[in-house]
Ligand binder design. Structure first.
Ligand code: NAD
Ligand code: GLY
Length: 361
């Protein structure tokens, strides 16, 4: 078992990464402070892992569960309301702990419910997709989508514990594994060039789900993310680099209809757009962009815009991005491979040129 620490003063917490962790009651017992627990999961994950988690919680907490519908399209306030309904119907008090068992959709909604219920209750993340293990379970961003914008309603709310059992990845569909790899590649691009090189050498092992390779990639990604979050918890500056490729990616997700392109797939295409823009500014080389494309291609991730999206679709969707300030679009670009910067002065013509290069109509 590997342990990391997210250093946020009195909101600090551990990230535990290993095999067989869900079967061990000890990890839950240490982090559940009250006597009530609500496990939030969905109808896909419940048959696979709920029983294991209930067995681990058995004996020291009164446990209720709520099964939400599966999918990004259900990441809404209406669905979160079902969590509140259960908490109230089952008389959960302020000492309750919400356990999120699932991918980023379950984690983001459960965390938001935990932030709001009685103005804040304890919260444990048990991420079961690669994407949620390397990104969404760490750092305290929680929330839901709005038809007009991705993740537009939410709160910063840190968990008490992130418990990553890599055994859960054995049941993950290939397409979801690739989507998670997109966020792993992101860390190499924005802040960790040696990790990018490691990925170039080890992508086959990751795709083959080699446990050692997966555990290393998860540890390294979480360590990179934890360092950025510790520096800027509420994204007043540097944390925005974690959104590399996301401004374009969120536009793809929103315009395509939530769930049609997976988040990681949209981020992959978005990272190519951001890399092309960085190249156009004379910062990174054509060879750097080719290396990104080659890695994405190996991981079977998209590098182009959906064919039915027009430049105007992007411009409109991107105008409601959370990084927009005073009407100005801010994008994360690369000064070098492994070094990202937030820029607010992208000329519109360059943006349009890159969108066209990447296949937008
Ligand atoms: P997801 O939660 O939709 O999970 C993907 C699919 O895999 C779902 O159908 C799920 O039921 C299924 N699944 C989950 N675990 C499984 C397992 N072990 N075996 C088999 N099937 C399993 O998607 P995701 O990629 O985990 O998360 C995407 C979401 O995360 C998006 O909403 C995105 O906005 C959000 N996100 C949030 C942050 C953050 O900082 N909070 C960061 C990145 C992404
Ligand atoms: N996924 C972006 C962030 O956590 O800031």
């Amino acid at each position: 078992m590997h342990s990391l620490h997210v250093d946020l003063g009195d909101r600090s917490y551990p990230i535990l990464i290993g095999s067989g962790l869900l079967k061990d009651p000890g990890y839950f017992e240490e982090s559940v402070r009250g006597k009530q627990v609500l496990v939030v999961t969905n109808e896909t994950i419940a048959p696979l892992y709920l029983e294991m988690v209930l067995a681990a919680l058995n004996g020291f907490a009164k446990v209720d569960t709520v099964l939400l519908p599966d999918g990004e399209a259900f990441k809404t306030l209406d669905t979160v309301n079902r969590v509140f309904d259960t908490l109230l119907e089952k008389r959960h008090d302020r000492s309750t702990t919400i356990i999120a068992l699932g991918g980023g959709v379950i984690g983001d909604m459960s965390g938001f419910a935990a932030a709001c219920y009685q103005r804040g209750v304890d919260f444990v993340q048990v991420p079961t997709t690669l994407l949620s293990q390397v990104d969404s379970s760490v750092g305290g961003k929680t929330g839901v989508n709005h038809p007009l914008g991705k993740n537009m309603i939410g709160a910063f709310y840190q968990p008490q514990l992130v418990l990553i059992d890599i055994d859960t990845l054995t049941t993950l569909p290939d397409r979801e594994l690739s989507a998670g790899i997109a966020e792993v590649i992101k860390y190499g691009m924005i802040c960790d060039a040696p990790f990018f090189e490691w990925l170039e050498s080890n992508m086959d092992a990751l795709l083959a789900r080699d446990p050692e390779a997966l555990a290393y990639a998860i540890q390294r990604s979480c360590a990179d993310k934890a360092a950025v979050v510790a520096e800027d918890e509420r994204e007043s500056g540097r944390r925005a680099i974690l959104n590399f490729g996301h401004t374009f990616g969120h536009a793809i997700e929103a315009v395509q209809g939530y769930g049609n392109w997976l988040h990681g797939e949209a981020v992959a295409a978005g990272m190519v757009m951001a890399a092309e823009l960085s190249k156009l500014r004379g910062w990174i080389s054509a060879q750097d962009v080719d290396r990104l494309r080659a890695l994405l291609s190996k991981a079977e991730l998209p590098q182009q815009s959906p064919a039915d999206m027009a430049v105007d679709d992007y411009l409109q969707a991107m105008s409601v991005d959370k990084k927009v300030q005073d009407g100005k679009l801010r994008l994360v670009l690369l000064h070098a491979l492994g070094s990202a910067q937030i820029v607010a002065d992208t000329p519109k013509e360059q943006l349009i040129e890159v969108l066209r290069t990447c296949g937008a109509r």
